[in-house]
Design a protein around this ligand. Sequence first.
Ligand code: AMP
Ligand code: MG
Length: 408
Amino acid sequence: MPSPLTAVADHRARIAELVGPMPVVTAPVADCLGLVLAADLVAPVSLPPFDNSAMDGYAVRAADVAGAPVSLPVAQDIPAGRTDVPPLEPGTAHRIMTGAPLPPGADAVVQVEWTDGGTEVVRLERGVAEGANVRRAADDVAAGATVLRAGTPLGPAQLGLAAALGLAGLPVRRRPRVLVLSTGSELVAPGEPLRPGQIYESNGVMLAAAVREAGGEAELLRFVPDDVARFHDAVAARLPGFDLLLTSGGVSAGAYEVVKDALTGRGVEFTRVAMQPGGPQGAGRYLGVAVATLPGNPVSAQVSFEVFIRPALRAAMGFARVERPIARARLSEAITSPAGRTQFRRGAYDPASGRVVTPVGGPGSHLLSALALSDCLIEVPPEVTELAEGDEVLVRFLGDSTPSAMTL
Ligand code: AMP
Ligand code: MG
């Protein structure tokens, strides 16, 4: 009796639990792009920190320009950055630049376009209301206010805000560190000559890129042949300090399954997950480090990464939403799917022609060029074995922005 298949959701939960949340560190703001804020951010200063001019022009008392046109003596010149700002005496103007502190006594700014631009005496063509062209202190943020909540993904605007508040570092969950190792005696490094029976190693560069794209740090070990001693030699010395060992290959039902042979009975359990591609999977802890073992076929490895590893890494970084964008789409052609397994077919989504998805290549897990031409995975649930042209399916985008969003 073959052992029952593990449900996709169960294996996903297992990997997420193994990786667990990353520790919170204070990271330089400039390094926080793509990370998640780990604590509420309270403003240490107000924004703006002081009343300042929103325009290049002249700081005045609104009452002094009520009878415009009027001419006023220019008593001071206040460029942005001037810190000693004398008060404005009644009946005078200060020439002032955008962002410069409003002098005490002034209550409005007349923009330069409404003046003759004078430096000794200025002619002001129009009057302004009190408060005109003035940015008040704390208009944007009051000191002590919570400006961003824990869990906020940090993009350019959030990093800009942190810098504007004078913060050099932010509390974030650090990037997961992933050690990537490919296995297989048939593998040859790109750039080297290929002999009959050999193939170029592709999972390593692909999975390391996938880790980085997910926000993690990846170190790619040189691949090892199907030799348990070589596997241990490669891993043991490097493993400490990593959050996850991610292997590919050597986990199926054949002979020479190096990963299975090396890690069985050492804290890693091997199973078959009810999915296609990507059935053979393993998970556990080896030498104290979380391990996920992916199958070797390149499409299986990459789909497994999308389904199991990426969500776990995102959760570990503190993202509340770990899923890629999804959409419903109609199939451009009929497809079949094995009973009892979730099938992930590679697809190209076309929002223009009414949300249609076209399967790219067949179900074969060696069809790497088809994956490279796809922008989504078509998810077929385990109970569905046949779908007709025009049937609706769920698609999971392989990038963070959906093509439909781009065309809106
Ligand atoms: P395995 O899971 O080791 O039995 O490998 C399944 C298939 O994937 C075989 O055809 C391997 O040659 C291929 N394969 C395994 N690892 C890699 C890799 N790192 N790069 C390219 N192909 C691989
Ligand atoms: Mg192999």
